[in-house]
Design a protein around this ligand. Structure first.
Ligand code: GRF
Length: 195
């Protein structure tokens, strides 16, 4: 694997909706010590609010029709190759990448998940944490593997769940830490130079 020195990595962010994590990564890419360049946004949803940030920041984006997954992934792989993408960051991307896609891309793929993995893979993480009366929740950044939310964990951060927390207030608290966690996880990978 290539040593992470010398040049900035070309990053593609995949989104489906709000795009607040995408925005935090774009902001991070602009600070001096950052070694990433966000140069491609992929969205499966033309109404994704995150696309406004792509436009504002003049980042190339493509809206992919996912009604035929095989064709969608084939198209995306073409865009990734053309744009020399070194790293994919999934940020609220609501489609599951096939194992064929993961193999063919060859470079690392990261995801951010709103729970302390391996707890609560999949959806409704905040509701499940509250229902189980957990004392803590949090967020995790991990490598993407063919098994959902199960790849190697890079970084996690906890938040306390208060008795007064609802699904909504917990989601808000977790999202706030997500915005710092994703850049921190990328920095950790760079420090370890294992990409
Ligand atoms: C985040 O909570 C992320 O952890 C999860 O989906 C949500 C996306 O939010 N995978 P946003 O689109 O980044 O605002």
């Amino acid at each position: 694997m290539e040593k992470l020195t010398g040049r900035n990595l070309n990053v593609s962010i995949f989104i489906s909706g709000r795009g607040s994590n995408m925005l935090s990564l774009i902001k991070y890419s602009k600070i001096k010590r950052s070694k990433i360049k966000v140069n491609l946004i992929i969205s499966n949803n033309k109404f994704s609010k995150g696309l406004d940030f792509a436009k504002k920041n003049k980042i190339k984006y493509f809206i992919i029709d996912y009604s035929k997954k095989k064709q969608a992934e084939y198209k995306i792989l073409g865009y990734l190759k053309k744009n020399k993408i070194d790293l994919i960051c999934l940020a609220g991307f609501m489609k599951i990448l096939s194992s064929g896609f993961i193999k063919k891309f060859k470079n690392p793929i990261l995801n951010i998940h709103p729970s302390l993995l391996p707890k609560y893979k999949g959806l409704h993480t905040h509701r499940r944490a509250i229902e189980n009366k957990d004392k803590f929740s949090g967020a995790t950044v991990h490598f993407v593997s063919p098994k959902l939310d199960s790849g190697k964990i890079i970084l996690r951060k906890k938040v306390r769940i208060l008795k007064s927390d609802t699904e909504k207030t917990l989601a808000k608290k977790v999202l706030k830490i997500e915005h710092r966690l994703y850049p921190a996880a990328i920095e950790k990978i760079f420090r370890k130079s294992t990409l």
